[in-house]
Design a protein around this ligand. Structure first.
Ligand code: PMP
Length: 429
């Protein structure tokens, strides 16, 4: 038995499923998860010392690679001053100023501890600001695990969402309308029917939780116009896309401005951090300025702020995001080329520093139904064989891949050579 398998068995005794977040469990993959011990640059090292080229990057934050010396140095510098004070600190203002400078639609920002808290708080704020209860989200978009968001489209009326998890009250799910991603007509129909009851639309501008699905032309513009027409708040969930698809996030990439933005991952440099912010006139409704309650004992934690600020400063270097997306292009073009040469159907989709692989003959994947129609068996075999080859991809066909600036052309070449061997094996099976 491998050391990881032993550790997983031990973990399962007192941790549900052996993991603290479900996707880590390798469910449905017929092998135990790999336990990692350390990470450096583009690499993860498991408990047996095996090295992997990592395209997960802790699910996004590690955009300059693992254990970035500048980020670690910033944390070390603050460490001896104490871990948390529960009082205001100057470093929180530095972080707020930096975010507002990089993302101009954010005029005021509040720090939280996770992406889930960011979206949950932004939705409460949108509801409090508009005095409306209903929210609109899109199938296959993930915004964390708060109750209003663990909802799937109801079978019947457009207006009745159903809980997607036990424990979410049906009465609450009813207020969440779920539409198909990239479907402009569905947005028009929904708002024509109940637009005056809708507090907000929340959207991942590049969907990264059903593989990687960029917005189609005019989709985000339609959301913007519709929210303006009906007095609803437009929330971009940029937890994944923020500082990744472009420095200024997907809103800079697409040129569409939301009212509120949710951030996570990169903004904390790998520490548990999220943030939400946007228009001053909306943000002023948050407690203590306004009546919408929101709080956090550890929010704005000084070590977390130090890590995030160090990382944000680093990725502001001119050309950083161009290089990142060039590397994504090299990887994705190379994967398609090798798959097709082996006779395997593969489509890749990209946006800046994130990408996705679909085992499909379709020329484009625009929504959840198309993403779930891809060959899951091929994905499972590909993932598992790549792991054996020393390449760590997300252990699910519905997660995006993340590039970092620490990935060298040699790392990408190594990945492509491994993929070539694995595709040949897939074609034979
Ligand atoms: N929104 C998006 C777009 C995400 O990808 C995630 C997490 N992957 C979240 C929200 C939730 O963030 P967290 O896991 O930090 O709660």
């Amino acid at each position: 038995m491998s050391t990881s398998a032993q550790l997983f068995e031990q973990a399962c005794r007192h941790i549900p499923g052996g993991v603290n977040s479900p996707v880590r469990a390798f469910k449905g993959l017929d092998r135990p998860p790999v336990f990692m011990e350390r990470a450096q640059g583009a690499y993860l090292f498991d408990v047996e010392g095996k090295r992997y080229v990592d395209y997960v990057g802790s699910w996004g934050p590690m955009i300059t690679g693992h254990a970035d010396p500048d980020v670690l140095g910033a944390v070390r510098e603050r460490l001896d001053a104490g871990l948390s004070f529960g009082t205001p600190t100057a470093i929180e203002t530095t972080m707020a100023d930096l975010i507002c400078e990089i993302i101009p639609s954010i005029e005021m920002v509040r720090m939280v501890n996770s992406g889930t808290e960011a979206t949950m708080s932004a939705i409460r704020l949108a509801r409090g600001f508009t005095g409306r209860d209903k929210i609109v989200k899109f199938e296959g978009n993930y915004h964390g695990h708060s109750d209003s968001l663990l909802v799937k489209a109801g079978s019947g009326a457009l207006t009745h969402g159903e809980p997607s998890s036990p424990g979410v009250p049906a009465a609450l799910a009813e207020h969440t309308v779920t539409l198909s991603f990239n479907d402009i007509d569905a947005v028009h129909e929904c708002f024509a029917e109940i637009g005056d009851q809708i507090a907000c639309i929340i959207v991942e501008p590049v969907a990264g939780n059903m593989n990687c699905i960029p917005s189609r032309p005019k989709f985000l513009e339609t959301l913007r116009e519709t929210c303006d027409r009906y007095g609803s708040v437009l929330i971009f969930d940029e937890v994944m896309t923020g500082f990744r698809v472009a420095l200024g996030g997907a809103q800079a990439h697409y040129g569409v401005t939301p009212d509120l933005t949710c951030l996570g991952k990169i903004v904390g440099g790998g520490m548990p951090v999220g943030a939400f912010g946007g228009k001053r006139e909306i943000m002023e409704h948050i407690s203590p300025l306004g009546a919408v309650y929101q709080a956090g004992t550890l929010a704005g934690n000084p070590l977390a702020m130090a890590a995030g600020i160090a990382l944000l400063k680093k990725i502001r270097e001119p050309g950083f995001h161009e290089t990142l997306s060039q590397r994504v292009t090299t990887l994705c073009d190379g994967l398609e080329e090798r798959a097709h040469a082996a006779g395997v159907e593969l489509l890749t989709q990209r946006a800046g520093g994130m990408f996705g692989m679909f085992f499909t003959g379709q020329s484009r994947v625009d929504n959840f139904a198309q993403a779930t129609a891809c060959d899951a068996g091929h994905f499972r075999r590909f993932f598992s064989s790549m792991l054996d080859e020393g390449v760590y991809l997300a252990p699910s066909a519905y997660e995006a891949g993340f590039m970092s600036s620490a990935h060298t052309p040699e790392d990408i070449q190594h990945t492509l050579e491994a993929a070539g061997r694995v595709f040949a094996g897939l074609a034979e099976s």
